[in-house]
Design a protein around this ligand. Structure first.
Ligand code: G3I
Length: 324
């Protein structure tokens, strides 16, 4: 059994940011959830509250209620905040009909959104996922409303707009399925190299690490991290969770899950990555249970705490790795 330190104390003693994706309703209404966030983690990411859809109930209004509640909780408990995400093709407002806008109007819409949101959290949000998931699974640029309107330069402009209103914040490109060296991470490597060549103010890359069904090889994750670092970029693990294919969880599933979490933390420590975020507190809150057909495809227990927010073997494995 691991030491009697909390996970947060183990992370703090390593100056390691161990973060968690947070849901505002659970934070407000669930005492054990709130205590786990405060006592076991030293960084938070609003799971949905800082996305365009939740922030923009109508074309002329912003609702910062949920985002403020999470950011203020973090600040009150001396926790770092990762802002997720300023530009994405998903979770745009229900009223947002791109065909109602010219390309220039879409660019102005995006500038205004980025500068309003990043401007409001200047010096309270430490890191922003400025652009999320702009590369498709086959390595081509994802055909989004922003790409159609501005081409690849929508990334240049998005990072410049964010940097203008908060020069102190670290600005990241964030994506999934690119944790190890593969066709998609090759394409992201080439994209970020082009952005850097064009002088775009990008500080880092976020590897989401949703290990669902097939888990990436830790050695290949390390190699991938090192090549991005060689470009002068920082790397963070931004949305980690670990699940088996549904119906295929082995006898020692929790031990295998714990070993993979440990391996990834050790890759972080070996490569100088100082931030790892888990995409939820306890299994009961995991997005996998309510997202599309994912509950039929994957096991619904991907996190460090179980349905009752009690520590799992993965919790102890992460703490041991940080404590060693
Ligand atoms: O808030 C509304 C609520 O008012 C409504 O009653 C309810 C029923 O439709 O929906 C609620 O919104 C849901 C929202 O989560 C908040 O719970 C959306 O339907 C649902 O689609 C949304 O799912 C989020 C998903 O992103 C959207 O794509 C997940 O919680 C969130 O974990 C997930 O996170 C993404 C990252 O942002 C990017 N990387 C992948 C990751 C997992 O998909």
């Amino acid at each position: 059994m691991s030491s009697d330190k909390s996970l947060r104390q183990a992370a703090d003693s390593r100056e390691f940011d161990l973060g968690v994706a947070v849901d505002p309703d659970a934070l407000r209404n669930d005492v054990s959830y709130r205590a786990r966030v405060r006592d076991e983690f030293n960084a938070v990411t609003p799971e949905n509250a800082l996305k365009m859809g939740p922030l923009r109930p109508t074309p002329d209004t912003y609702d910062f209620g949920d985002a403020d509640a999470i950011v203020n909780f973090a600040r009150a408990n001396d926790m770092a905040v990762r802002g997720h995400t300023l530009v994405w093709h998903n979770q745009t407002p229900t009223w947002f009909q791109p065909w109602d806008y010219t390309d220039d109007q879409l660019a102005e819409f995006l500038r205004e959104h980025i500068q309003t949101v990043a401007g409001r959290y200047r010096q309270t949000v430490d890191v922003w996922d400025v652009v999320n998931e702009a590369v498709d699974d086959d390595g081509t640029m994802r055909d989004t409303v922003w790409y159609e309107a501005m081409g690849e330069t929508y990334l240049d402009r998005a990072f410049e707009w964010a940097h203008e209103v908060d020069p102190e914040a670290d600005l990241y490109y964030n994506d999934y399925g690119a944790d190890a060296v593969n066709e998609k991470s090759d394409a992201i490597y080439d994209l970020l190299e082009r952005l850097l060549d064009r002088g775009v103010p990008i500080d880092g890359v976020g590897l989401q690490l949703h290990a669902l069904g097939e888990w990436p090889d830790p050695e290949s994750i390390a190699e991938n991290i090192r090549r991005f670092q060689a470009l002068g970029l920082d790397v963070q693990i931004t949305e980690m969770d670990v699940a088996f294919p549904a119906g295929e969880a082995p006898e020692d599933a929790l031990e295998q899950q714990a070993a993979f979490y440990r391996d990834v933390v050790e890759v972080c420590l070996d490569t100088g990555v100082d931030t790892l975020v888990t995409w939820g507190v306890g299994d009961a809150n995991s997005w996998i249970r309510g997202f599309r057909d994912f509950a039929e495809r994957y096991t619904g227990d991907p996190l460090l705490f179980d349905d009752r927010n009690q520590p799992k073997p993965a919790y102890h494995a992460v703490k041991d790795a940080l404590d060693s």
